[in-house]
Ligand binder design. Structure first.
Ligand code: ARG
Length: 568
């Protein structure tokens, strides 16, 4: 509302008068009837993003002008016809169909944004340990950020930084010698290593096992050939399986890095810290870096164990320096849960103390906790559990809705729709907020869910199939006079602003709510604006409208990491 009155103040008297007339009109006709949007949405749509405010105001003035021209008539539709024509004429439909997947990203909003290179680290599970919901959240959030940046023309390195080093590999090595099976390691490495790890942890109470584990890890650190070769098998087979499962999610990585890469390099980091006078030793012999302003150790970070070995943060220091050297990127993004906020704060503080100014371009994108995700088998241990669960639940829903029979590949459709449901549930709020996970809420077919987005997409697609989806070029946009058509047109015009917002704060929720509104508007239009039985000219114009809506819907869904389905 503040921006709204800002427009009033800035626009001068004529605009105020026009606004007044417009508001009277709104009260008389009911804006929701005309635009199928609650009034606050209209105001939001006028004032969405500062950069393009000028254009929004211009659109607004246009709509006022067109309304006032006809303010004498009962229902002001002719004015709106003019508005629709003008809006549409000013390219929106043509633009959407012409630009295809690039619609919105070619907007002038992005013309001054320089193209940059970003390293985005996400997912980063720990070998032999659980792939918990936090890893899933990191995977879909990181994938979204990468997709968005790529769509906007930036260069992106997708990086997975595996938890592939540390004492747990000592235990795992000993465990494998006791309970391991080479065949199982090949066929289902994640499951097998996890089981071995659980077993050896139970056994690790006794001193002998502990000693063996220590020895194994020491040999690993000393690069003993046999030990290293077993560890490498753990890692390689695990990555093969990760790649296969990420594929089901539609996610890929350009680089599989990991903590193991930085074992040696963290020694160099410790030396650098020492040379710069930043490393202090405690009485117990651990190495710390003072992070307090007053240098009174009121805040510090431990970077070295008393035996001289490195810690998680030391490896991260080495990894950050290496990433910057190797990729010379404009930004470095880490996507993890907010429980690691402190860790990344310390990491960035130490890098700054070391004199790396590029730390200003490092960013921790954190997210909140997800509670209560369980599968029918119980606790979630592997990513694959989640994927299988969502697929089977969705298949069941589809079977009870009796749609499965006509679908070519119900399993695949169920998987894509189910994933859309998970992603939309996750992306609906601010990333930093915690939420309670619910299969039922996520998988509802009506309301603000991924299922609804997929359903709308499939319906619009079959409409095109039914009426032929040849290139629609000579469209008389003046035919699109109904308020329900205008609502869609106006909404399509806003897509670039929503992309802009998300590109600024890296929050997917702007795109999510945009797509949900688009789907609702398209669903209404689909009901009230039949193609069948209309004159050829009108039918063509409406088809074009629906095609444009589907195209933008598909573009937005893909950015979020959803594969739109054509049947369901
Ligand atoms: N493997 C870590 C975990 O599961 C996440 C790694 C995050 N990235 C980093 N550079 N520290 O908690």
């Amino acid at each position: 509302m503040r921006e709204f009155s800002g427009i009033l103040r800035g626009g001068g008297e004529a605009l105020s008068k026009a606004l007044l007339i417009f508001l009277v009109f709104v009260l008389r006709c009911g804006l929701s009837k005309v635009l199928d949007l609650p009034p606050e949405n209209l105001i939001k749509s006028i004032s969405a993003v500062p950069v393009s405010k000028k254009r929004r105001v211009a659109d607004f003035q246009l709509s006022i002008a067109s309304v006032t021209e006809d303010s004498s008539s009962d229902c002001l539709a002719p004015g709106l016809h003019l508005q629709a024509q003008k809006l549409a004429e000013r390219t929106v439909l043509q633009q959407v169909l012409k630009d295809g997947s690039e619609y919105g990203v070619k907007s002038e909003l992005f013309s001054t944004v320089p193209k940059q290179k970003a390293v985005i680290e996400f997912s980063s599970p720990n070998i032999a340990k659980k792939f918990h919901i936090g890893h899933l959240r990191s995977t879909i959030v990181g994938n979204f950020i990468a997709n968005l940046k790529v769509a906007l023309g930036h260069e992106v390195i997708r990086m997975n930084y595996l938890g592939d080093w540390g004492m747990q590999f000592g235990l795992l090595g000993v465990g494998f010698q006791l309970f391991g099976n080479k065949e199982k390691l090949k066929t289902s490495p994640l499951q097998h290593l996890f089981e071995v790890y659980v077993q050896i942890n139970k056994a690790a109470e006794d001193e002998n096992t502990k000693k063996l584990a220590k020895d194994f890890f020491r040999k690993l650190e000393e690069h003993d050939e046999q030990t290293l070769s077993l560890w490498k098998q753990f890692r390689d087979f695990s990555i093969d399986e990760y790649i296969r499962i990420y594929k089901r999610l539609g996610v890929h990585f350009d680089e599989y890095s990991g903590e193991s890469f930085y074992q040696e390099k963290s020694k160099e980091v410790l030396k650098m810290l020492e040379n710069k006078g930043l490393l202090q030793k405690t009485i117990k012999g651990t190495g710390i870096v003072d992070l307090s302003e007053k240098k009174d150790l009121s805040s510090f970070s431990t970077v070295m164990r008393s035996d001289g070995t490195s810690l998680y943060i030391t490896r991260d220091l080495a990894a950050a320096i290496d990433r910057m050297n190797k990729h010379n990127c404009d930004s470095m993004i880490y996507v993890t849960g907010k429980s690691q906020s402190n860790h990344f704060q310390h990491l960035f503080q130490i890098l700054k103390l070391m004199g790396y100014d590029w730390v200003e371009r490092c960013q921790h994108v954190s997210f909140g906790l997800v509670q209560g995700m369980k599968t029918r088998r119980g606790e979630v241990i592997f990513l694959e559990d989640v994927l299988n669960e969502v697929r089977s639940r969705m298949l069941q829903n589809m079977a009870s809705a009796k749609t499965t029979k006509e679908i070519e590949d119900p399993m695949e459709t169920a998987e894509k729709v189910g994933l859309a449901a998970l992603i939309i549930q996750d992306f609906q709020g601010l990333l930093s907020s915690d939420y309670q996970f619910s299969w039922d809420r996520a998988l509802q077919s009506r309301g603000d869910t991924g299922v609804f987005l997929q359903y709308t997409h499939a319906r619009l697609h079959s409409l095109e199939q039914m009426h032929g989806n040849e290139q629609l070029t000579h469209i008389n946009v003046a035919c699109l006079q109904e308020p329900d058509a205008i609502s869609v047109l106006q909404h399509l015009l806003r897509y670039d602003e929503v992309l802009y917002r998300s590109s600024q704060d890296l929050q997917p929720k702007h795109i999510v709510s945009y797509l949900l509104t688009l789907s609702h508007l398209a669903a209404v239009a689909h009901k009230t604006l039949p193609v069948k039985g209309s004159t050829p000219e009108l039918a063509q114009a409406r088809l074009c409208l629906f095609q444009a809506a589907r195209s933008v819907l598909a573009n937005g869904m893909k950015l979020l990491g959803i594969t739109p389905v054509t049947q369901m």
